[in-house]
Design a protein around this ligand. Structure first.
Ligand SMILES: Nc1ncnc2c1ncn2[C@@H]1O[C@H](COP(=O)(O)OP(=O)(O)O)[C@@H](O)[C@H]1O
Ligand SMILES: CCCC(=O)OP(=O)(O)O
Length: 378
């Protein structure tokens, strides 16, 4: 008998704030990936993120058409998952309830909300099923981690679940353990920064990466003294939108130094710019402090600290963090991220029967009372 292996054919869709990435996989092999740029002036005409749907769909269809791509043989579409109700990590079939929540932006605005909507619009005319994998709303917080300090404000879990869980699996493998057996602290260090305490396969605490929790980042403010935020909000100097934009988009390096490029800040610091040097050090310091907090969450039983995302390419970032947290556990460095591969791998695990498919409409964790509209401003 010949070694007959039929590979799954997957389209992967990942909408970001200024581009939509699309890739084609046969099995685990990435055949091609394209980054469709969406210029700021073209996006500016859409009041809400969800209003960009048809515009991005046209661009996606154009790209596939230009490639003479044949949709008929596609097994499944994997898409980045956005702000939905809180759910456990895993792979979810795109269903009507999910599509409705996203169309109405019921849990907030984020470019990743468009993933499932685009996948469904692209695939359903051909009967191709769509899935999301470890969406940014993965919420595995323990009850104690949900307490903010004010009953009116509930902590929620919004983080780079897709990349964190993928890198955590790699780290566990390197340690000779299963993800479900390991205690890990994973720091995703990109334009946004989230740091999660992974206890035996569940992220029991993590800073909310879009609502201003945790370290500051190349373009986000991170946690701020609450009373000062109130003073700023009522100073008359900023509109609601401007203030939210300072927290998310125009904070961090952008606010202090006018750039969101950590690479540029590092170069400026190396060339003798003292302000750049201080701010760069402060980012690493805040990341280390958050990692320390996660070590306490895990009661000190930590198998490894994992650094990932674009900033983990920087030797200085890694060394500054390692110097402060190396006493906790070995520091493993997996620079960058490959969300397209992570999405494909998740759907393949389900198609191959290695992981159970989850249902969005029948699943949900956390908050008993979801009547208030959550955030919605990012
Ligand atoms: N070699 C490097 N040295 C320092 N910073 C880097 C390096 N490579 C990428 N970065 C920084 O990483 C950040 C982007 O991280 P990335 O994970 O790609 O972001 P995003 O969240 O946009 O996907 C940028 O600030 C970029 O300057
Ligand atoms: C915090 C999770 C979502 C997020 O902010 O992703 P990006 O950093 O890629 O914008």
């Amino acid at each position: 008998m010949g070694d007959l292996k039929i590979n799954e054919r997957l389209i992967v869709i990942n909408p970001g704030s200024t581009s939509t990435k699309v890739a084609f996989f046969t099995g685990d092999e990435k055949q091609w990936v394209e980054n469709i740029a969406h210029p700021a002036d073209e996006l500016a005409v859409f009041p809400r993120v969800v209003d960009q749907l048809d515009y991005r769909l046209d661009a996606l269809r154009r790209e596939l058409h230009n490639k003479n791509f044949d949709m008929s043989g596609v097994t499944a579409i994997a898409a980045r998952g956005g702000l939905l109700k809180p759910v456990s990590g895993g792979v979810y079939a795109v269903d009507e309830v999910m599509l409705e929540d996203l169309s109405e932006e019921r849990f907030g605005q984020h470019a990743s909300n468009l993933g499932a909507l685009l996948a469904h619009k692209l695939g359903s005319p051909y009967g191709i099923p769509s899935y999301i994998v470890d969406p940014i709303c993965v919420d595995e917080l323990e009850p104690v981690a949900r307490i903010s300090g004010l009953p009116q404000i509930r902590r929620r879990s919004v983080f780079h679940a897709l990349n964190q869980k993928r890198q955590a699996r790699w780290a566990a493998q390197e340690l000779g353990k299963k993800y479900e057996e390991a205690n890990l602290i994973v720091a995703h260090l990109g334009g946004g920064i989230t740091i999660g305490a992974h206890r035996r396969g569940r992220v029991v605490d993590v800073n909310n990466g879009v609502d201003g929790e945790g370290p500051f980042t190349p373009e986000r403010s991170g946690s701020l003294p609450a009373a000062d935020v109130v003073r700023l909000a009522f100073s008359g100097r900023y509109t609601w939108e401007e203030l939210l934009r300072l927290i998310n988009g125009r904070g961090g390096f952008v606010a202090y130094l006018g750039t969101n490029s950590a690479r540029e800040v590092e170069e400026r610091a190396a060339a003798g710019d003292e302000e750049a040097d201080l701010i760069f050090t402060a980012l690493c310091y805040q990341v280390a402090r958050e990692i320390g907090a996660c070590a306490a969450v895990l009661a000190g039983r930590v198998d490894a600290v994992v650094l990932t995302g674009g900033l983990a390419y920087s030797r200085r970032v890694v060394e500054e963090i390692r110097t402060r947290v190396g006493f906790i556990a070995p520091v493993l460095v997996f620079p960058g991220e490959d969300e397209m591969a992570a999405l494909a791998e998740g759907v393949l695990r389900v198609l191959r029967g290695e992981e159970a498919l989850r249902s969005y409409q029948y699943e949900g964790v956390g908050w008993a009372n979801m009547e208030e509209k959550v955030s919605g401003d990012n």
